[in-house]
Design a protein around this ligand. Sequence first.
Ligand SMILES: Cc1ncc(COP(=O)(O)O)c(C=O)c1O
Length: 399
Amino acid sequence: MEYFDPIENREETNFVKTNPDVHRHIYKSEEVYPFWIADMDFRVALPIREQVLALAHRGIFPYEFNDKKLYGSISSWFESRHGLVLNPTYFNQVNSVLTGIAVVIRLFSKPMQGVIINTPVYHMFEHTIKINKRKVVNNALKVDDQGLFVIDFEDLEIQMSKEENKIYLLCNPHNPVGRVWTTEELQKIKSLANRYDVLVLSDEIHADIVYAPNSFKSYINIDRENSVVLLGSPGKTFGLQGVATGHIYSENTGYYMKIRREVESLFIHHGNAFTFYITQAAYNKGSDWLEEFIIYLEDTIAEIQTFLEKYLPDVKLTKPQGTYQLWLDFGDCNLSSEELKDWIFDKAKMGLAPGVQFGGNYELWYRLNIATERGVILKYLKRLYETKPYFSKKNTSNE
Ligand SMILES: Cc1ncc(COP(=O)(O)O)c(C=O)c1O
C-alpha cells in the first residue's frame, strides 16, 4: 500500500483542486481542504511513472500514434476486467470524455432539442448540454425502499416519447450517487430507447471503480446496434485526470463513421505521445495498482461509515456500489442550507461539493471525494463532529 502514503506538494497551485480562486468562488474562503473535484491525490502506478520517465529520456517527440496498439490495449483491458468483448476498429479517440459528449450531442441532435439526464448527476452534463444550445431534460432519480437511488422509468418513458428528446445521456456507474446499473435496469433503458428512437449515450468513465458484490455492466453489452458509449478514459481509474483523453465506441457503422468524420474534421482524433504511451502503460500494466487502490477505497468507506454511525448518525451515507464519490445526506441534522454551509465550510473547513451543483433539490446533500489519504478524511470528519452546531436526537456514544 506504499502508493497510498502521504503525498508532498499537494499545495501545487496549478492543481484545480487547490486553486485559491476556485475556493473563493465556491467556499468564499481559501482555507477549506479540497474534497470536491473528482480527481486523485495518489501517485500513479509505477509502470506509468516509468513510462513518463522513459519518454522524457528519449527526448524526441515526432508525430506519433498507433491506433491498433492503443485500441488493442483498451479492448484487452475491458475483456479481462469486465468480460466485455470490443472490436478495436470501432473506437474514436478525442481529447476528453466531455469532448466526446459534446461531439455526440452536436451530431445526433439539433439546437433546442432535449437531452435527458438523471439528476442529481455530474454537473458538467448540464453545462455541456446548455453550452451546445440543447435543452436539459431532468429525469430525477428516485429513492426506493432500501434507500437506493433508482431510475424513474415511468417518467423516462414520458420523456423519451416526446419527439424533441433525442438523446439519453446515462452515467454508468453514476456520479454522484454511486449506483452501478444492473443488467435489468439497462435492459429497461434499451427497450424504451428503441421504442422511441432515442440514442443512448453512456458515459462509463467510472467503470473500473466498482465494489464487490456489484459488477460493472457496459451498455454496449445491452445494445450493440443503437448506442454510443464513452468508454471513458484511464483518467478516473488511474488518477490520470490531467492526461486529457477519451474514447468513443460505437459498433453501429453509421454512427461510428459520422463521429469519425466529425472528429477528423476538427483534428481532435488523436492524442499526443504522452497520452498514447501513458494510456497503454495504464491498461497493460496497471491492474495490480488498481486492485490495491480498490481495497484502499473499500477500507476508507468502511472507516467513514463506522465514524458516521458512531459520532454523526444524522449524516447518512448510502454505501456506494461504485466510484470514489460519497453522497452524503445531512437532511436529518435539522439545519437550514445556510447553517449547513456555515458548519461544513466555515467551521469544519471541509471543501465538499455542494449537492445543488448536481441538479435537483439537494441543498442538504454534499459529495465527498475519497481518493485521498484516509487519515486526512478522518481528521476532517473529526472536525466536523467537534464543530457540530446541533444536538442529536439519536444516541451516540458521547451524548
Ligand atoms: C461522469 C463523468 N464524465 C466525465 C468526466 C470528465 O471527464 P474528462 O475530464 O475526460 O472530460 C467526469 C469527471 O468527474 C465524470 O465524473
